[in-house]
Design a protein. Structure first.
Length: 475
């Protein structure tokens, strides 16, 4: 049993182990057995069995979230913890919450991914220190240049986190350069002029994380915070909370990307790497629907990360606001405009009364910059450029038709997931970080399943809210 107080197993307290149980609760196998055993039984008997299964599964999923948080806490106390030590915590608790072999393997895969990412950070930093012995500033400048293509024009500071290298800049030009060049490098294609113009209007307090590999041997995400943050913090002390929230938000992105790397981008690269100027046009056109679907999967992946990264920052402000819970702060007062996962206040006047003035102004500033940013158009640009880079041909019109075809389903899937997170936050007894890990451990398309396994009244609330939002967004 882990010594961490955050982990409180529930399964032995609330559900008695089954007779002849081997100490494992495998949800997929168990449901299959129940459906087979009850196929000829009355509907009410079958319903009771399924309800008990749902209750037991919900408890196990909550325990998995708590165990995930325990492992995170252990890593935060000692980022250099070994894979063996983390696996020992997993082994000590796997039986208590009756994890299946597949569930244990998923935990082990996440632990392995963390160790790879963290070791690659240490390797990269040590390599640059050994290679460039002049001084501390010199090796950091070289590392910055190798990541973003140019030496920094101002002072920079490198913060080494367990799952991320995080740059603090002192000139806005360095922030903008890092964002544009870093994204182009990770995407493998040039940004459009519209994207570049958008980034050049950067916020006074802005930050981003590039989850894809920027250097050979570096498996970790890289983050950058904009140049004026520290100055603003000194001028307006309340902004210190916002800067802490921004840093926490970006670190959560890095954790998410580290334990579960986005495979869709790599699959797109695998497909397009085979393209060249001699590839028959029909072969390229046949692959475009698959590429668009993978691109949308990446957007859903980023949307999930964006929501997860809002829980801790929002929780920082709950004590200073009149909002009843963190999820309400995240989703209830926000809409998703053209950008599928850029948060924008839906009811500005109401929100203004509920959160600190400086926080409201920050949110409003983000809205003003991103409210007209069209991610659908940028997806068209991105895919067009990636294919053009290999084939020297422009398939924009065909890509646009396919994206417009797939976008309605994509938007409804996203909205369904967001409303699911909102309703779960409304009824759950979990703390914000526990709820965050519950969602972290599920694909965003499965968030609705968490609702379906609760009480009928909660699912009814979801259905009503979801229908209201569909009308509101004309979906």
């Amino acid at each position: 049993m882990s010594e961490f107080e955050s982990y409180k197993p529930k399964i032995e307290e609330e559900i008695e182990p089954e007779k002849n149980s081997d100490g494992i609760f495998d949800p997929q196998k168990k449901l299959k057995i129940i459906l087979e055993e009850t196929k000829d039984l009355p509907r009410n008997v079958r319903g009771e069995k399924i309800d008990k299964f749902k209750e037991r599964l919900n408890i196990q999923l909550e325990n998995i979230a708590l165990l995930s948080l325990t492992l995170e806490n252990k890593i935060r106390k000692n980022p250099d913890i070994s894979k063996g030590e983390l696996n020992k915590i997993l082994e000590d608790n796997a039986g208590r919450i009756q994890l299946s072999e597949n569930q244990i393997d998923t935990f082990k895969e996440n632990i392995k991914n963390y160790i790879i990412v963290h070791n690659s950070i240490k390797y990269t930093v040590d390599s640059y220190k050994e290679k460039i012995l002049e001084n501390d500033k010199q090796w950091k400048n070289e590392l910055f240049k190798d990541m973003f293509g140019e030496y920094p024009k101002g002072q920079i500071n490198l913060v080494i986190k367990p799952t991320m290298l995080y740059w603090e800049t002192s000139k806005i030009d360095d922030y903008i350069n890092a964002r544009i060049n870093g994204l182009e490098k990770s995407r493998g294609a040039k940004l459009s002029d519209k994207e570049k113009t958008g980034f050049q209007k950067s916020l006074k307090i802005g930050a981003f994380v590039i989850p894809n590999q920027l250097l050979e041997g570096l498996k970790a995400p890289v983050g950058v915070i904009s140049s004026r943050a520290k100055k603003v913090e000194k001028l307006l002390p309340p902004f210190k909370d916002i800067i802490n929230a921004v840093n926490t938000h970006e670190e959560r992105h890095s954790i998410d990307a580290s334990i579960e790397p986005d495979k869709n981008t790599e699959k797109i690269k695998e497909i397009t790497t085979k393209f060249n100027g001699n590839t028959p046009e029909n072969e390229i056109i046949e692959k475009i629907p698959e590429i668009v679907k993978l691109s949308n999967n990446t957007l859903l992946r980023y949307a999930r990360s964006e929501v997860l990264a809002m829980y801790e920052p929002a929780d920082m402000f709950i004590g200073k606001s009149k909002l009843s819970n963190t999820t309400d702060f995240i989703l209830r007062h926000f809409i998703f405009r053209k950008a599928p996962f850029t948060l924008a206040p839906r009811n500005s006047e109401q929100l203004k009364k509920q959160i600190p003035a400086q926080v409201f102004q920050y949110v409003q500033n983000r809205t003003d910059i991103f409210k007209n940013y069209d991610y659908m158009q940028e997806s068209i640009n991105s895919i067009t450029e990636i294919i053009k880079e290999k084939t020297k041909k422009d398939y924009r019109k065909i890509i646009q038709v396919e994206i417009e075809k797939q976008t309605p389903l994509f938007r409804r899937e996203l909205l369904k997931a967001l409303v699911s997170a909102e309703i779960l936050g409304k009824y759950t007894k979990l703390k914000p970080k526990e709820l965050m890990w519950l969602l972290q451990n599920e694909d965003i398309r499965n968030w609705y399943k968490l609702i379906k396994r609760t009480k009928k009244s909660i699912e009814d609330d979801f259905k009503t809210t979801y229908q209201e939002r569909l009308k509101f967004y004309n979906l």
